[in-house]
Ligand binder design. Sequence first.
Ligand code: ZN
Ligand code: ZN
Length: 281
Amino acid sequence: MVRLLLFLLAGALAARPDVAPQPVPVTYEAFALRFGILPAFPVSGLVAGADQSRTIDVPVMVWLLKGSNGRRVLIDSGFYRQKFVDRWKVREFRTPAAASEAAGVKPDAVTDVIISHVHWDHVDGVDLFPNATVWIQRDEYRYYTGEAWHARNTHGGVDEEDMQALLKINMQGRVRFVDGDDQEIIPGIRCYTGGKHTWASQYVSVKLTAGTAIFASDNVYLYENLEKHVPIAQTLDAESNLKAQDRIKALASDPRLIVPGHDPAVFTRFPSTGDGQVAIR
Ligand SMILES: [Zn+2]
Ligand SMILES: [Zn+2]
């Protein structure tokens, strides 16, 4: 109905030669929301070739976008199933739904969830947001609901239950596929491929008032990957990962606006807006 009215309005404006319809640029407020901490994680599991003895407490996070168009978008959905919380001895855990609610967006008000890749810590929470459209690369979805399971070593970090939850959401008609690189899926939000963290992992650019921010997710685990120009430790193609890092630097308006997937410094580099919550600006 709203679309029809807009269409009619646009038509009426176009019929008047003196008034050209101006597209209103959409911008977003963006937040990183931490929902837990994995204690003493080896840095060598994040940065290729890092000293084996180094460990850090890594945050697990989702990224919330509040659009001037009313969209309430999450990049990634985090995890909540108890088996993961137990297995990884997660500290300061809250569900990603609770983290979103604490940032002012109730789970049923989330309009869109963009899945960067299907590792358990990013997709397990996908069934916490009952009204959201779920955006995922077509190739990522196909591969990890299909042939990734035909061999033993091609679905590391991917959980059966998560893929079943995703299938169920698809059958509810809520999944939308992203077709490859450089796709604007929602006004002001574009998806890019090539990071090769998984089969078809994607990263996301978002128009903020401060400029274009890049939410790299695990295509860049830590700032250290960017600063030392070192691939992530878990990639299907290290060279492709480095190329993606270069592209991410070129796409962001400012290197400051690149947000890595698991760096604790995200929560000190950006201004706090609440417990485990910072504004990306
Ligand atoms: Zn991952
Ligand atoms: Zn991750």
